[in-house]
Design a protein around this ligand. Structure first.
Ligand SMILES: Cc1ncc(COP(=O)(O)O)c(C=O)c1O
Length: 489
């Protein structure tokens, strides 16, 4: 009996050992396949970018990570672009790229657009900034106000971050209340009051908890910021009914871009407008990215009128810029001389070069030009979705017009938490796709965003799709091992 037992145990032990061995072998093979894909992509990248590597090594001595923006750094080192023309960029190693990043959506006319260059160069010879009143800022303000009915008056800043900061301050001052509600997962720049839930709260059930993600942002900020889930009117209504007496306004990107280019649900923005009116608070649109979607911004396309709007990116013609504006009774707080007037300074606010270039860029961006690039963007998005279908990849492209973004799930996405969850459990897929597209001459954002510029046509869209198809094919073995949920087979 004891012997039989011993024999059974020995057989069982042997079987487990064999299965374990096979499993370990299989696992090893899978790890090798993953390593092969990664190695191949990184090696190709390194081989074509010796000049970038050398510059990066030098740059790291002076700039942390060799860079000056968190978003433009990527492993193993970022590509050094040295020239741009129209839809094209060239790096220091002589490689050329179709630019679908356009400095994070800001270069709507691509690079070195001749009319913008001419006007800016002409202004350059006559002075960049006088520290005085100047005409170019009036001309650009007039053009923007004529295009966006909700903006009755505005002020310029040097960045979008300053624009949202000043817009929020103006709202607090106007209402006499401290709190601004932002979306869970919404991005509005880098000042302290928007460094709350920049990435969505993945643990939240209904009401996400406000939290600070950046060290160095004081806890006190949480006394002045609350968060709500995007596309969820019920949750917003609940929050406002409880806290509206302390709330100055709601800040929202009509289509959150960094959160994933999630279009708003059909009646969502109008619903927010109604809630803001019902509870007597201000609706603040951050149209820093979405302004490119219609000549009156996404607010015109969606038929919703905010109380204030922040702009930046495209309105500077390729130079640093921001603007905030809205109802004249709110903006009148900045009227100098009155008692309690709000101050607003900035050495280069409204400087001649930005204003002149911005004016040249905006004059060349009528509704017809916008409609054309929106159609190209929709065509790109549809092409990407068709590629996913053909290749049996469970992913999707979302967006609106000239702004498109890959999401690593084929499930419907409503909130920014949904979008953030889609990016979980995919290993280095985003990073590898970005590098592989660079290897194939297409420059996108490293989170999978594409934006269209006016020098582009159908040929550039076809080229982007061809590069993406090749990159996805190269990445399928990686997906199979690291994120099998993405493959339909
Ligand atoms: C929606 C949104 N708001 C604000 C900002 C901040 O603008 P800036 O980078 O000019 O400070 C950005 C920048 O990408 C943005 O996408």
């Amino acid at each position: 009996m004891r012997e039989t037992k011993f024999c059974l145990l020995a057989v069982a032990g042997y079987t487990i050992a064999v299965v374990n061995g096979l499993w370990a072998d299989g696992k090893m093979e899978a790890m090798n396949r993953v390593a092969d894909v990664e190695h191949g992509i990184f090696t190709n990248y390194r081989e074509r970018s010796a000049g970038s590597r050398a510059r990066h090594v030098e740059a790291r001595r002076y700039l942390p990570g060799g860079e000056t923006r968190s978003s433009t750094w990527y492993a193993p080192y970022p590509t050094y672009m040295v020239a741009g023309e129209g839809a094209w960029l060239e790096d220091c190693d002589g490689n050329r790229y179709l630019d679908f990043l356009n400095n994070y959506t800001s270069l709507i006319h691509g690079h070195a657009q001749p009319a913008i260059v001419e006007d800016a160069a002409d202004q350059l010879t006559r002075g960049t900034a006088f520290g005085s009143a100047s005409e170019p800022q009036v001309a650009l303000a007039k053009l923007l106000i004529e295009r966006v009915p909700s903006i009755e008056m505005l002020r310029f800043t040097n960045s979008g971050s300053e624009a949202t900061m000043m817009m929020m301050r103006a709202a607090r001052a106007f209402t006499g209340r401290d709190i601004i509600v932002k979306m869970d997962g919404g991005y509005h720049g880098s000042h302290d009051f928007v460094e709350v839930n920049v990435s969505a709260d993945l643990a939240a059930s209904d009401q996400p908890a406000a939290r600070i993600e950046e060290r160095g942002v004081p806890d006190a900020v949480l006394n002045a910021v609350m968060v709500a889930p995007f596309n969820d009117l019920k949750a917003m209504e609940l929050l406002l009914s409880e806290h509206h007496r302390r709330i100055a306004g709601i800040i929202i990107e009509p289509m959150p871009n960094a959160g994933g280019m999630l279009p708003p649900a059909p009646a969502y923005l109008r619903g927010l407008r109604e809630l803001a009116d019902r509870f007597g608070l201000l609706l603040l649109f951050d149209e820093i990215v979405t302004f490119r979607l219609s000549s009156g911004g996404m607010q015109a396309a969606e038929g919703v009128t905010p109380d204030m709007t922040a702009l930046a990116k495209i309105i500077g013609g390729g130079f640093p810029v921001g603007a905030f504006g809205g109802r004249s009774d709110i903006m009148a707080q900045f009227e100098p001389g009155g008692s309690g007037a709000l101050s607003h300074s900035g050495t280069f606010n409204g400087n001649n070069i930005t204003m002149t270039a911005g004016l040249a860029a905006m004059k060349r961006l009528d509704q017809a030009a916008i409609d054309r690039i929106n159609r190209l963007g929709e065509r790109l998005g549809a092409g990407i979705n068709a590629l996913f279908e053909t290749l049996g990849i469970r992913a999707q492209c979302l967006g609106y017009g000239s702004l498109q973004q890959i999401q690593w799930t084929d499930a419907p996405l409503a909130t920014l938490k949904d979008a953030a969850s889609a990016g979980q459990g995919i290993g280095k897929l985003r990073e590898l796709l970005h590098l592989e597209l660079l290897n194939r001459g297409v420059y996108t954002s490293n989170r999978g965003m594409y934006c269209i510029s006016t020098p582009m046509s159908g040929a550039e869209i076809n080229a982007a799709l061809e590069a993406l198809e090749g990159a996805l094919r190269a990445l399928k073995p990686y997906m199979r091992e690291v994120a099998p949920r993405l493959l339909a087979e």
